[in-house]
Design a protein around this ligand. Structure first.
Ligand code: XUL
Ligand code: CO
Length: 433
């Protein structure tokens, strides 16, 4: 008897299907803009939400009862891995992602925790040798244990910086061993609660040096994946240093990392920062720093990072529009950084959540591709900026204020406002979603 007993591999049945455990839009082999849907979307399951999280919230503890509980021993860590790989097979997902803390029990010493971790990585390696599922990215959980409460690389205590360095080294080694395509750093505690006890400039310098050490180590071991940082504006720290895409890009430039590190952007984090997801994607793409995405949705009323599965096709479509427009993913993909609601207790709830999320993304992708192929938005952009394609406008950029001033003063230049046609464009998008 296994956790997902009785749940058959999910099949594509087409938009008319009423089977709740079938794909109606995600058809891995269907070609969209010259590429298989599976290769566009590059779906990944997040180990932490689906297998490590036990259903707790700030007001109450565990609601889920799983065969791999309690998670404090190697035997149950392996049972958890068995269930996880069963689900990867059922969903036919090409990727998964983990934190060290999701997959192995924490022990009393760093050395023993590492031993546990390596034994699980061996176990993964063996399972992966006979399956198609690959590792999209690995990462270190440097935010849950009390040692990280005042930060990892930004901790006032250098011993914690050292512990963080050793932890990331071990996670990068494991990621490389499993053929991971990226390595992610989300600084859950890299921020502060109050400036009264925080030397902000020093903490940023330490974070910059730490990330340089990550890049140095990547080259030392010959890891070929992409290093990604994940922006988030608050929660858990009141002020997070990696606030949003623009803040991270500035940080990467300041510390000389712009050619080495890209961004892993998350829908819910964009919302917390007061942005739309497509804004974050477009900001990163404009600087060549779009790496990968964490797909989910936040509750628009609560203001919390609720990490729900996506269900809003128009939002998702605009996000994939900007991803496709920038050339699509290379090493990145679509990781479901999303969790069940804590009342969704059953094994098939976990499957249904992913099936729904994958279908919403597939619909979004198809709509995005149709808009790009139709070219309506690109034509409108071209028209709106057409003035900049003239020889006069180009020459202006190479001139100076005095030259421009003379022209404006002579009356030769006389701006005529034109409609931005936003409602036309919104109506256009609605034809596709
Ligand atoms: C937290 C979050 C993390 C990162 C990985 O909000 O998004 O799960 O994706 O540490
Ligand atoms: Co995330």
């Amino acid at each position: 008897m296994t956790f997902f007993d009785g749940i058959a591999p999910i099949q594509y049945e087409g938009p008319e299907s009423t089977n709740p455990l079938a794909f109606r839009h995600y058809n891995p082999d269907e070609v969209v803009m010259g590429k298989r849907m599976e290769d566009h979307l590059r779906f990944a399951v997040a180990y932490w939400h689906s297998f490590a999280w036990e259903g707790g919230d700030p007001f109450g503890g565990q609601t889920f009862v799983r065969p791999w509980h309690p998670q404090d021993r190697m035997e149950t860590a392996k049972a958890k891995a068995d269930a996880a790989f069963d689900m990867f097979d059922i969903l036919n997902v090409p990727f998964f992602c983990w934190h060290d803390a999701d997959v192995r029990p924490e022990a009393d010493s760093f050395a023993q925790s590492l031993k546990n971790f390596e034994e699980i990585i061996d176990y993964f390696e063996e399972k992966m040798s006979t399956r198609k599922v690959k590792l999209l990215w690995g990462t270190a959980n440097m935010f849950s244990h009390r040692r990280w409460m005042a930060g990892a690389s930004t901790n006032p205590d250098p011993d914690v910086f050292a512990y963080a360095a050793a932890t990331v080294k071990s996670c990068m080694d494991a990621t490389k061993r499993l053929g991971g395509q990226n390595y992610v750093l989300w600084g859950g505690r890299e921020g502060y609660e109050t400036l009264l006890n925080t030397d902000l400039g020093r903490e940023l310098d330490h974070m910059g040096r730490f990330l340089n050490m990550v890049v140095e180590y990547k080259h030392k071991i010959g890891f070929e994946g992409t290093i990604l940082v994940e922006p988030k504006p608050q929660e858990p720290s009141k002020h997070q240093y990696d606030f949003d895409a623009a803040t991270c890009i500035g940080f990467l430039r300041k510390y000389g990392l712009e050619g080495e590190v890209k961004l892993n952007l998350e829908q819910g984090h964009a919302i917390l920062a007061g942005h739309s997801f497509e804004h974050e994607v477009a900001v990163a793409a404009a600087d060549g720093m779009l790496g990968s995405i964490d797909m989910n949705r936040n509750d628009y009323q609560s203001g919390w990072d609720t990490d729900q599965f996506p269900n809003n096709v128009p939002e998702v479509a605009l996000t994939y529009y900007h991803i496709l427009k920038s050339g699509g993913f290379s090493t990145g993909g679509t990781n479901f950084d999303a969790k069940l609601r804590r009342q969704s207790l059953d094994a098939d709830d976990l499957i249904a959540a992913h099936v729904g999320g994958m279908d919403v993304c597939a619909r979004g992708l198809k709509a995005a591709a149709a808009m790009l192929e139709d070219g309506g938005l690109e034509d409108a952009l071209k028209q709106r900026y057409a003035g900049w394609d003239t020889a006069g406008a180009k020459a202006m950029l190479d001139s100076d204020f005095d030259t421009i001033f003379t022209k404006v003063l002579s009356g030769e230049i006389d701006p005529q406002p034109r409609s931005g046609r936003q409602e036309y464009l919104e109506n256009y998008v609605n034809r596709f979603v």
